[in-house]
Design a protein around this ligand. Sequence first.
Ligand SMILES: Cc1cc2nc3c(=O)[nH]c(=O)nc-3n(C[C@H](O)[C@H](O)[C@H](O)COP(=O)(O)OP(=O)(O)OC[C@H]3O[C@@H](n4cnc5c(N)ncnc54)[C@H](O)[C@@H]3O)c2cc1C
Length: 459
Amino acid sequence: MPEQEAARRSRNFQEVNLGLEAELARREAMRCLECSSAACVTGCPIGVKVKEFVSLVLAGDFLAAAAKIREDNVLPAVTGRVCPQEDQCEGACVIGKKFEPLAIGHLERFVADYERRTGRVGLPKMAPKTGKRVAIVGSGPAGLSAAGDLIQRGHEVTVFEALHEIGGVLVYGIPEFRLPKDIVREEVENLRRMGVEFKTNMVIGKTVTVDELLGAEGYQAVLVATGAGLPHFMNIPGEHLCGVYSANEFLTRVNLMKAYRFPEHDQPVYDCRDKVVAVFGAGNTAMDSIRTGLRLGAKSAWLIYRRSEAEMPARAEEIKHAKEEGVQMLMLTAPVEFVGNSEGWLTGARCLRMELGEPDASGRRRPIVVRGSEFVVPMDLAIIAIGTGGNPLVQSTTPDLKTRKDNYIEADPVTLKTSKKGVFAAGDIVTGGATVILAMGAGRKAANAMAEFLNTGIW
Ligand SMILES: Cc1cc2nc3c(=O)[nH]c(=O)nc-3n(C[C@H](O)[C@H](O)[C@H](O)COP(=O)(O)OP(=O)(O)OC[C@H]3O[C@@H](n4cnc5c(N)ncnc54)[C@H](O)[C@@H]3O)c2cc1C
């Protein structure tokens, strides 16, 4: 995959990966072994027909390849960019046992971009209208994927979104340099052309409740796909200081309030220019935050993590890109206090060194404090990216909806039915923070069960 050169890209918000040319894509497709039992397909949570689309790439029929992907995936230009392919389709690729696996993600992105560039994004076959109405709460990948499936079956679909932009984490979380917002907008536009109605600035639980959707508003079924956007904090002294952000707030301010176009747009976050920026955590959110800090002009950028690099949950490509761009990794380090000046601004974090012990419940080796190892890391901005819980509003205003720890909604693993008749739940709000493709797979599962409920009325 051709890329923008690291020193240059670390100071701009344009996309890092530049995309394959047609000839390179065909050469890559040639590497496919066309296995009879295509493990790549079973490796994909939504069963994209990898073998078939790759053979269409090889034949040079890129539009047919895109149509083949769209049979299972309404957001191919998105998943081609952000899926952790190394754990899914590419992780299962037989070539990967000896060589580099087939670059399935890059090929998916290529055909989706080709289709977009030609402006000939085909619409799938639509079933006749059923007259049944469905409300989807939340417009992230779970909600969008369910919307795509349900509208194709002839149901009337309205997506309610609390924010002013459609896309969930795809627009408010993942930064422009990894997933340009125009791509998400185009995918949303395709759904709109299919007939999905989108209502923004609609906070379900405040503007209107789930019971009202099922009652006066006249919807026969509701899908709750509200995600896991409630940040966890560390609960250590000094976390209230100016300059300490949750990753969600930091990224939302940059992505949705256009801080990445400073000075053309106002800067709605602390000015990072010539400052020391640090992120606590090691997942995709941490990577996105620290690389955003660099692009906003930080003079140095630290990723601080209590385990070692081997346990980092972020996608391999993000870790590689972050290092190339100059992010410094401070491993086996955990903060115990943020310290500040007399005016309440952050100046540093008191940290302890850690060492790794036996594996814990997550299967990763448990970090253990090294006694007497305390030291201070100076910093002007700290971003906390240590995980999130479920957005709680819908649950707190829908009394008969059963929940688990961290506000997650209880749902049947096969049908995604909740404890309340007519209400389904899918995506991060059920599983906890996961991946785009898993959320899409859950949206599809819920859509199947919802269609059955709408057709039969049987709960
Ligand atoms: C910064 C970041 C980077 C990530 N990077 C990757 C990656 O590279 N690859 C990957 O596969 N995964 C990644 N993930 C994870 C992935 O984005 C999520 O697993 C996925 O978006 C979950 O989809 P969802 O539809 O369940 O929820 P979300 O995408 O969170 O969408 C939920 C939507 O519901 C809305 N909502 C919430 N409450 C209400 C309400 N009461 N009324 C109306 N609307 C409401 C929210 O505003 C939001 O738009 C990343 C996550 C983050 C935060």
